[in-house]
Design a protein around this ligand. Structure first.
Ligand SMILES: [Zn+2]
Length: 479
C-alpha cells in the first residue's frame, strides 16, 4: 500500500462556538486535500477538537454546565461546521476519546522510559488563554501579548521533558528540510532558538480535575499541549500508518508548539517529522481584532443563512493571503459574491448554457490558450498560494467572457464558438473544484462532463440543439 497524503489542521478549543479563523484553516486544508484527490492521490485529512484544555473547564464553569456536557455540546458545533462547509475530512478526532487517551499515555511513557522526563518544581508564569508556561520576556507590559491579560504565577511539583536536548536537532531540521512555510515564520522560530536559552518543558499539571492522567504518576494530568500534539499520531490510523503528515496547517499563534515542541517529541520517540508546517495569519473583522467583548465575532454557521458555503469558501481564500493576517467584512464578501461569482462566473455559465441549448456545440480547434494559465494555477496550489490560484482561475473566466463578448454567438448562432466556451468552462470547473466543490459539480452537470483531472484540456463532445439545457442561476445576487 502506498502511504496516503496525510494532512491535518490544528484541533480547536471547544470553549466557545467556531469562528471565521477556524473555518479558514479547515478550508485551506480542504482545498489541498481535494486537490490531491483530484490528482489521483489517496488522501487522509484529519481535523478535530482539543477537549482537554483548562480553558474549556473555565468556560463550562462560567456557563454553569458540567464540563463533559459542555465540551460535547461545543465539539458538535465544530463537527457541524465541517459538514456544512463541505470539509472533506476523513476523520474527526476528539482528545477525550479512549483511543487518544491511550495513545497519549503510551507516548508519554515512551519518553519517560528513555530518561527524557524528570521531576522538579515549576515556578513561574502560566497564561490560561494560551494554556502555556510563559516567561517575563514574552510579555508586553506585563500581559500575554496574545490575550492581553497578565499570566498567573504558579509554583507546583512538576515533571519536565528535556526539550533542551533537542535544540540543535530542531535548528538543523528547520534549516535543512525547510519545513515551515512561509519562510518568515521559520525565521521567527530560528531567531528565538538561536538567541534564547531553550528551557525544558513542564509537561504535567498538578491539582487539575480535567485532562489525561500522567501514566507514571496519577496525581498529575498531562499538560494539555503535550497531549494535544499527539492527536496527529492518534488520528494517523492503525499503528500510525499514515504518519508522517505531508502538511500540517496551523495558525501563527501556535507556531512554536508545532515547530519546536512537536518535533522534539517526535525526535525523542524516533518518529519521522512532518514534511511541511503551513502557518497562516489571524483574522480581524472590519479591521478590528476579533473579540467577544467587542461583539464582532462572526459565527460561520450563522453566515450560511445568507451565503452559500461555496461563496464563503471562495471569499475567505481569495481575499486573504495565508502569509499575512486577513480581514473579514461582510461588505467585501458581498461584493466578491456579486461581482465575481454572480456577474462573472454565474453569468458566463448562464449565458453559454442558454445559447448552447438553442444552437448546440460543434467541435473546433481551440483558440484560447489555456496551457500557460493552467500551469500557473497548478504551481500556485502546489506552493500553497491558494489566493493566487483563485485569482488566475478568474483571469481565465475573464478571458472566456471576453471571447464570448467578441464572438457574439447570440448573433452568429455559431456552435463552434460555443464549443470553445464550454471547453474552457470545463477546465475552469475542474480547477475550481477543490475550492468550490458544489458549484463545480453543478456546472459539470449542466454541460455533461466529468470533474476529472484527465479531462483538463481534453476535447468535449459536439451536442445537438436542445441537448444542453439552460442553467438555473448559480449565484443569486445579494442586495
Ligand atoms: Zn496568552
Amino acid at each position: 500500500m502506498t502511504k496516503p497524503f496525510y494532512i491535518t489542521t490544528a484541533i480547536d478549543y471547544v470553549n466557545g462556538a467556531p469562528h471565521i479563523g477556524h473555518t479558514y484553516e479547515k478550508i485551506l486544508a480542504d482545498v489541498i486535500a481535494r486537490w490531491n484527490r483530484l490528482n489521483k492521490k489517496q488522501v487522509f485529512y484529519l481535523t478535530g477538537t482539543d477537549d482537554n484544555a483548562q480553558k474549556n473547564v473555565e468556560a463550562a464553569k462560567e456557563k454553569g454546565f458540567p464540563i463533559k456536557e459542555f465540551v460535547d455540546k461545543n465539539a458538535k458545533q465544530f463537527e457541524k461546521l465541517c459538514k456544512e462547509y463541505n470539509i472533506s475530512n476523513d476523520y474527526f478526532i476528539r482528545t477525550t476519546s479512549q483511543e487518544h487517551i491511550k495513545k497519549s499515555q503510551e507516548i508519554v511513557s515512551e519518553v519517560y522510559k528513555k530518561g527524557l522526563i524528570y521531576k522538579g518544581t515549576y515556578s513561574g508564569l502560566y497564561c490560561d488563554g494560551c494554556e502555556a508556561f510563559v516567561t517575563e520576556k514574552e510579555l508586553t507590559n506585563g500581559n500575554c501579548s496574545e490575550h492581553n491579560k497578565p499570566p498567573r504565577s504558579i509554583k507546583e511539583e512538576a515533571y519536565f521533558f528535556k526539550l533542551s536536548n533537542f535544540k540543535e536537532q530542531i535548528i538543523n531540521w528547520i534549516k535543512k528540510d525547510k519545513p515551515i512555510i512561509p519562510e518568515k515564520r521559520a525565521n521567527e522560530i530560528l531567531s528565538r532558538l538561536e538567541n534564547e536559552e531553550l528551557k525544558d518543558l513542564c509537561i504535567s499539571r498538578a491539582n487539575a480535575e480535567w485532562g489525561i492522567d500522567l501514566p507514571f504518576d496519577k496525581k498529575f494530568k498531562i499538560y494539555v499541549w503535550f497531549d494535544a500534539l499527539i492527536n496527529y499520531l492518534t488520528g494517523a490510523g492503525k499503528d500510525e500508518k499514515y504518519w508522517p503528515a505531508e502538511v500540517q496547517a496551523i495558525g501563527k499563534g501556535i507556531n512554536w508548539f508545532h515547530t519546536v515542541i512537536w518535533p522534539a517529541i517526535l525526535f525523542a520517540t524516533n518518529r519521522e517529522l512532518p514534511k511541511k508546517i503551513w502557518v497562516h495569519g489571524y483574522f480581524t473583522v472590519n479591521g478590528e481584532k476579533m473579540s467577544k467583548s467587542i461583539g464582532n465575532v462572526i459565527n460561520p454557521l450563522e453566515l450560511l443563512e445568507k451565503y452559500s458555503a461555496d461563496s464563503i469558501r471562495y471569499f475567505l481564500v481569495r481575499e486573504n493571503s495565508f502569509e499575512n493576517d486577513g480581514d473579514f467584512s461582510e461588505e467585501k464578501l458581498k461584493s466578491r459574491h456579486n461581482d465575481e461569482l454572480a456577474n462573472k462566473l454565474g453569468n458566463l455559465v448562464s449565458r453559454v448554457s442558454t445559447l448552447a441549448e438553442k444552437y448546440g456545440l460543434e467541435k473546433t480547434e481551440i483558440e484560447i490558450d489555456s496551457k500557460e494559465i493552467i500551469f500557473r494555477i497548478e504551481k500556485n496550489i502546489e506552493s500553497y498560494h491558494l489566493d493566487k490560484a483563485l485569482n488566475e482561475i478568474f483571469v481565465y473566466v475573464d478571458k472566456v467572457n471576453e471571447y464570448v463578448q467578441k464572438s457574439k454567438p447570440w448573433e452568429t448562432k455559431d456552435a463552434k464558438s460555443l464549443y470553445e466556451a464550454v471547453f474552457a468552462i470545463k477546465n475552469i470547473a475542474i480547477l475550481l473544484s477543490p475550492f468550490m466543490p458544489k458549484t463545480s459539480e453543478k456546472i459539470a452537470e449542466i454541460f455533461n462532463f466529468l470533474i476529472d483531472i484527465k479531462e483538463l484540456n481534453k476535447p468535449i463532445k459536439s451536442t445537438k440543439i436542445g441537448e444542453i439545457k439552460k442553467a438555473e442561476i448559480l449565484f443569486k445576487k445579494i442586495q
